[in-house]
Design a protein around this ligand. Sequence first.
Ligand SMILES: *[C@@H]1O[C@H](CO)[C@@H](O)[C@H](O)[C@H]1NC(C)=O
Ligand SMILES: *[C@@H]1O[C@H](CO)[C@@H](O)[C@H](O)[C@H]1NC(C)=O
Ligand SMILES: *[C@@H]1O[C@H](CO)[C@@H](O)[C@H](O)[C@H]1NC(C)=O
Ligand SMILES: *[C@@H]1O[C@H](CO)[C@@H](O)[C@H](O)[C@H]1NC(C)=O
Ligand SMILES: *[C@@H]1O[C@H](CO)[C@@H](O)[C@H](O)[C@H]1NC(C)=O
Length: 336
Amino acid sequence: MLLALLLLPWAWGALAASPPVPTASVTLRLLQINVFHNASSTDTQGMALLGDLETHSMDCSTCEIRFLQPWAQQGLTPKQWQDLELVIHRDLFNFSRTVTEIAQHHGGGYPFVTQFSIGCELPPNGTSRGFYDVGVNGEDFISFDVDGGKWVTRQRDKLALYAQDLLNQDKGAARVIQFFLRITCVNLTKSFVQHGKESLERQERPVAVVFARAPPSAGTPAPVLLVCRVTGFYPRPVRVAWLQDGEEVGPGGRLNSSGILPNADLTYQLRSSLAVGPGAGHSYACRVQHSSLGGRSLLIPWEQSRPWGPGLAVGITLGVVAVAAVAVVLWRSRRR
Ligand SMILES: *[C@@H]1O[C@H](CO)[C@@H](O)[C@H](O)[C@H]1NC(C)=O
Ligand SMILES: *[C@@H]1O[C@H](CO)[C@@H](O)[C@H](O)[C@H]1NC(C)=O
Ligand SMILES: *[C@@H]1O[C@H](CO)[C@@H](O)[C@H](O)[C@H]1NC(C)=O
Ligand SMILES: *[C@@H]1O[C@H](CO)[C@@H](O)[C@H](O)[C@H]1NC(C)=O
Ligand SMILES: *[C@@H]1O[C@H](CO)[C@@H](O)[C@H](O)[C@H]1NC(C)=O
């Protein structure tokens, strides 16, 4: 289990020098997935994420840790990383054996999957919140209650109650987990934030286009959907609004959004649409605010002159509106 990580005293000592708390919320998350094919075959994969950056991965045929960021190896010596691999490998073997035993006694149906999510979130106010959640076959199974220092089932079935009782017998392990989530994880996160500052503060500018989706059947006076497609931005926080005659359109049924979605290159995209009445004589524009724009915003007017044609990318108007609070915070932290 990833418990191995928690048990290594040198991992704590190595991180004693602690930089200041970051100005935006940041989460360190260790994920582990075990696939139990049958009583004799198990696959394990692990990864670590700092915010949305994948920093480490692990394939447990050998449990070799791979470093996915140039700074991901900092903090421990090569020998210490090697020892960590050994401990994880041994511990995983034990975990698999224990689960296999439980599965045999409780008639667990193969194949099944266990998922671990362990880590801590550091909001900008200097507090921290640790979490240790276990899922089985994609559903919440059991979680560690950090303040109470004990495991709590997330399901009412016999197996979850059994696992809860079994895990809660080990008071020593509970204290170690508490310490890890409250202290070690927090120090680890601060250390990574310091080493990975450049990657975390990477800024990619959004590219935006406005186009219209034709009404369902030509000739009907149905509302037309104006679509603003914004893509290629990093970090994730963004604000996209529609302006009608220069005024921001308030929340309501005319607006729709895809939500922020990931691209394959660790940038993000979003589509926002606005339903407009046909030929109403208003002017429309899509406004994008993002930390990469340095306090300015991107303004893409809808060109009525080419009615309902696709792909109307237009100019950029800079210096229009103050950027959203989150962008300001990010910008300041970059300058610091
Ligand atoms: C965590 O950081 C604090 C503050 O710098 C330090 O006092 C403490 O010794 C560190 N603890 C561990 C376990 O590294
Ligand atoms: C167990 O599962 C593995 C992987 O799916 C398969 O290769 C192997 O033959 C299975 N063994 C038994 C005893 O069913
Ligand atoms: C293996 O796991 C069991 C149950 O969790 C525990 O009691 C035992 O100490 C572990 N053994 C090793 C070598 O870690
Ligand atoms: C700190 O921020 C977190 C997340 O925003 C919040 O849940 C928590 O209550 C805050 N704590 C304090 C002491 O302000
Ligand atoms: C919003 O858009 C989604 C797809 O992007 C669509 O499934 C949904 O029906 C839309 N909602 C409204 C109210 O138009």
